[in-house]
Design a protein around this ligand. Structure first.
Ligand code: DAH
Length: 354
């Protein structure tokens, strides 16, 4: 048996040294280690060995088999390493701790605009609030002075849930009542003015096109204190917009109707491209409609638990509803509103991460 194994070892070593790639190594494995391979044949030889030598011969065959397996394993590792070295030499590099190659992400353009506005408002003493997307009829409409069957409801058709009078909020104004209630106590007891912005996702049952989406973002803001007037509203809007656009902006107010403000306005900014002369961006008017706003209607303040009578203090306030989606379109020159929810990374990843 010793002789047979010796010969087979020589043959195996010579075959092994000839195997230069995975294919030839695999045929070598089949040749020696498979069921029909040379080592199985060797085992069959065992039957011819005299009984008293069987044990020793069996041990020899087994240790030779282990030797073949371990020589095969180290040759396999050697070939893999050799192939990797070739790739590295050819300029390929890789980090084997990385599962896959992933591109670096970037923030969504609406997130960028939202964060920028939050910073600006925080620097002006505003609190930033988060609010639910599912609300009830009372908060979305009635607390905003829009009773049931009021025609103003037609402008904001949204999605209704089958349970508990709930719906997807059609505007961020739906949070006004909760914010007034949350901060009203500090206003009355400590004289701390209510100053809050609340960004959020809104929903409307819209026919979708390049300018209309069923899902979009707004940022609502309110300020309530003693003696708040339209001048305060104009000052805050002008300061905030000058920071957003990085230069002094000129604003104007036009009358606008919203049941929750009285008086209500549409705030326009003078076109930044033509400086009011008229161009294609402002449809030759020199102005861009940017943000509806107004003085909070006394009913809305009352529903929010804020006193509107002279005694002990008469509180007033302003509110505005900025279209974050619209602002992002203006700021980044996005022509089609559907880009935002498209999940199309090649369009959305153009925006630098921060
Ligand atoms: N919530 C209104 C909408 O989505 C926008 C709005 C108008 C908000 C006037 C306000 C406001 O705060 O004062 O159409």
């Amino acid at each position: 048996m010793n002789e047979i194994i010796k010969k087979l070892r020589e043959q195996f070593e010579s075959n092994l040294s000839e195997a230069k790639d995975m294919d030839s190594l695999e045929s070598l494995r089949l040749d020696y280690l498979s069921k029909k391979g040379k080592l199985s044949d060797l085992m069959k030889e065992l039957s011819k060995v005299p009984g008293d030598q069987k044990k020793e011969a069996g041990m020899l065959i087994n240790s030779f088999k282990q030797e073949v397996i371990s020589r095969y394993d180290s040759k396999k590792a050697q070939i893999i390493k050799f192939q990797e070295d070739l790739l590295i030499e050819a300029g390929e590099s890789y980090d084997d701790s990385m599962p896959t190659e992933r591109p670096i992400g970037s923030y969504h353009p609406i997130t960028l605009v939202q964060r920028e506005l939050e910073d600006i408002f925080e620097s002006m003493g505003f609190d930033v609030e988060d609010y639910d997307e599912i609300v009830d009829d009372y908060h979305c409409f009635e607390a905003l002075n829009i009773p049931k069957y009021h025609p103003a409801r037609d402008m904001q058709d949204t999605y209704y849930l089958t349970s508990k009078n709930q719906l997807l909020k059609s505007h961020t104004s739906a949070a006004q009542n909760a914010i007034l209630r949350k901060y009203g106590k500090a206003l009355k007891e400590e004289g701390r003015p209510i100053r809050a912005v609340f960004p959020g996702r809104c929903f409307r049952n819209e026919a979708i096109d390049a300018c209309h989406e069923n899902t979009f973002f707004q940022m609502e803001g309110i300020m309530v204190d003693k003696d708040i007037s339209i001048s305060n509203l104009i000052y805050f809007m002008k300061t905030m917009l000058s920071q957003v656009f990085g230069k002094e902006v000129t604003v104007r107010l036009r009358p606008g109707f919203f049941p929750f403000v009285e008086p209500g306005f549409e705030l326009d900014i003078q076109c930044l491209i033509c400086e009011g002369k008229g161009c294609s961006s402002c449809k030759d008017s020199g102005w861009l409609e940017l943000c509806p706003c107004g003085m909070i209607h006394p009913n809305v303040l009352k529903y929010g638990g804020i006193n509107t009578e002279e005694e002990p203090y008469k509180y007033t306030g302003f509110a505005f509803g900025l279209g974050l989606t619209r602002l992002a379109m203006m700021k980044y020159g996005i022509k089609d509103i559907r880009t935002f929810n498209s999940g199309d990374l090649s369009s959305l990843s153009e925006f630098i991460s921060r």
